[in-house]
Design a binder for this molecule. Structure first.
Ligand SMILES: Nc1ncnc2c1ncn2[C@@H]1O[C@H](COP(=O)(O)OP(=O)(O)OP(=O)(O)O)[C@@H](O)[C@H]1O
Ligand SMILES: [Mg+2]
Length: 443
C-alpha cells in the first residue's frame, strides 16, 4: 500500500470520484513523495519536508469524498477533521493539539491490528489451549506417566474437535477482561490526561481479575482474543511502532478550513477565536512536538491536506503565516451536466445503485431509462444554475423528489418493477425547475 504509484492512487480514486483530476494528481504525487523520501539516506530525509496541500472548490464537488476514499485506501494513519470544531487554547472546546493525539490513537489501532494479524497463529493457539484446558479435567500434579500420556491424547482429540468447530456450543467459565476506563481523548489538556492515566493504572491494578462468566466456546474465542493479544504483544513495542508510523506517514485532512478564515469584508471580527485557532495551527503544521499518550510525537513530516469551499472568504483571508504553509493549491472544478450524469451512474456505489439496492429490500425492482438519467442530470444542473450551486448533492435532492411517491408506497408493490422514464422525471421536476423561487424551496 505504501508504495502505490501516483497512477495507481489516481486509478483507485477514479472508482469513486469523477473528474477532479488535478486534485487527485496533486495528492497522489504528495503521497508518492513520502515514499520517495523514505528511500533516501537519513541525513537527506530529515530535510525533505512534506508540501502541504490546499484544496479549493465550492460545496459538493468531492473534496471530502476524495479524503474519505483516501482514508479507506491508505494503511497510513489518517484522520479527517473539521477545522471549525477547534477553539483556541483557553476557550471551551477541543484544543488544536488534540488532532495529533487522535492521529496517534488511530496509528496505535493500525499497528495493533497488523501485529495481531502477524501473530495470528500464535493467538489462535493461545486461545485454543486456554479453552481446551477449561474443558478437560485438570491433570493432578502427581499424575503417573500413563495418566500424562492419556491426558495428552485426549487433549489432541479435543484439539481436532475444536478446530472443526464441534465444541462451539459447549459452555465454559472464563474470566472476563477487566472493564478498561475509556481512555479516548476527550479534549482534556495533556497534564490532566497524565493524571487520568495514572488513575487508570491504579484502578487497573485493583480490578485486574475480571469476573468469571459462563459463556459458550464460540463466545469465549472472541473474548479471549483480546487477552491473547495483550499477553503475546509487547505494548511498549506497539507504542514505539505507532509513533514511528505517525511521524513518518501520518496524514491529516483538515476539512472546512475556510470556516476559520475571517473574511476581510466582514465589518465585525465576529469570532476572535478563529484567528486564534489559525495561530495555534501554525506550529503543528510547521513541525513541533506534541505530547500524546503514546509519548512525544514530532509533527515535522505529517502531511496536511486542507480543504474548503471559500465561498464567504478567500484563501488570502487566512493569516499569511498559515497560507504559506500550504504551498500546493488545487482548485476543484464545478460540476457540469455531463459530470453530474457520470456521477449518477459511474462510481462503484453510485446513487442509482444505492436506490436500486434500497428498493430491492422491498422486493421492488427499480429500472431507470437512459433518457431519464440524462434528464435527471439536466435538471440537477439547471437547478444548480438557478439556485445555489450545491454540486453533486443536488442529485440527492432531485432523486428524492422523483422517487418520493414510490418510496412511500414501495411495500405495496412487492415483486413488481418500477420504471423511471424521462416523462416521469419531467413531470416531477419540469414545473419546479422552471420557476426559480420554487427551485429554491423545493430542490
Ligand atoms: N466528483 C465527484 N464524483 C463522485 N461523487 C461526488 C463528486 N463530487 C461530489 N460527489 C458526491 O456528492 C456528495 C458531496 O460531496 P463532498 O462531501 O465531497 O462535498 P465537499 O466538496 O466536501 O463539499 P463541502 O464544501 O460542502 O464540504 C457526496 O455524496 C459525494 O459522493
Ligand atoms: Mg466537505
Amino acid at each position: 500500500m505504501e508504495n502505490l504509484t501516483p497512477k495507481e492512487i489516481v486509478a483507485h480514486l477514479d472508482q469513486y470520484v469523477i473528474g477532479q483530476d488535478d486534485a487527485k494528481r496533486t495528492i497522489a504525487v504528495a503521497l508518492r513523495n513520502r515514499y520517495r523520501r523514505m528511500q533516501l539516506p537519513e541525513e537527506i530525509q530529515n530535510d525533505v519536508i512534506p508540501k502541504n496541500i490546499l484544496m479549493i472548490g465550492s460545496t459538493g464537488v468531492g473534496k471530502t469524498e476524495i479524503a474519505r476514499r483516501l482514508a479507506k485506501m491508505m494503511e497510513a494513519p489518517f484522520i479527517k477533521i473539521e477545522a471549525s470544531k477547534y477553539t483556541e487554547v483557553g476557550f471551551v472546546g477541543r484544543d488544536v493539539e488534540s488532532m495529533i493525539r487522535d492521529l496517534a490513537s488511530v496509528s496505535l489501532k493500525l499497528v495493533r491490528e497488523s501485529e495481531n494479524a502477524k501473530n495470528g497463529e500464535k493467538i489462535e493457539a493461545y486461545i485454543e489451549n486456554k479453552i481446551i484446558e477449561k474443558l478437560l479435567p485438570p491433570l493432578p500434579t502427581a499424575a503417573s506417566e500413563q495418566k500424562k500420556i492419556d491426558y495428552d491424547a485426549s487433549f489432541a482429540r479435543m484439539q481436532a474437535k475444536f478446530e472443526k468447530g464441534e465444541l462451539d456450543h459447549l459452555k465454559i467459565k472464563i474470566e472476563m477482561p477487566p472493564a478498561g476506563l475509556d481512555m479516548d481523548d476527550n479534549g482534556l489538556p495533556p497534564q490532566m490526561i497524565e493524571v487520568q492515566e495514572s488513575i487508570a493504572k491504579v484502578l487497573g491494578g485493583i480490578n485486574k481479575k475480571g469476573k468469571e462468566k459462563e459463556v459458550t466456546v464460540k463466545q469465549a474465542k472472541s473474548i479471549l482474543a483480546q487477552e491473547a493479544s495483550a499477553e503475546l504483544l509487547d505494548e511498549e513495542k506497539l507504542k514505539e511502532l505507532a509513533i514511528e508510523k505517525v511521524e513518518k506517514g501520518g496524514i491529516i485532512f483538515l476539512d472546512e478550513i475556510d470556516k476559520i478564515a475571517v473574511a476581510s469584508g466582514s465589518q465585525s471580527r465576529q469570532d476572535p477565536s478563529k484567528e486564534g485557532v489559525q495561530r495555534d495551527l501554525l506550529p503543528i503544521v510547521e513541525g513541533s512536538t506534541v505530547h500524546t499518550k503514546l509519548g512525544m510525537i514530532n509533527t515535522d513530516h505529517i502531511l496536511f491536506i486542507a480543504a474548503g469551499a471559500f465561498h464567504l472568504s478567500k484563501p488570502s483571508d487566512l493569516i499569511p503565516e498559515l497560507q504559506g504553509r500550504f504551498p500546493l493549491r488545487v482548485e476543484l472544478d464545478s460540476l457540469t451536466e455531463e459530470v453530474l450524469y457520470r456521477i449518477l451512474t459511474e462510481p462503484k456505489n453510485s446513487l442509482i445503485m444505492q436506490y436500486k439496492a434500497l428498493m430491492n429490500v422491498e422486493e421492488l425492482k427499480l429500472v431507470f431509462d437512459e433518457d431519464a438519467l440524462k434528464a435527471i442530470a439536466h435538471f440537477s444542473s439547471v437547478a444548480n444554475e438557478k439556485a445555489e450551486d450545491i454540486g453533486a448533492r443536488r442529485l440527492h435532492t432531485v432523486m428524492e423528489k422523483i422517487l418520493e411517491e414510490i418510496s412511500f408506497t414501495a411495500d405495496e408493490h412487492k415483486g413488481e418493477s418500477y420504471n423511471v422514464t424521462a416523462q416521469l422525471v419531467k413531470e416531477k421536476l419540469g414545473k419546479v425547475v422552471e420557476d426559480e423561487d420554487t427551485t429554491r424551496y423545493i430542490l
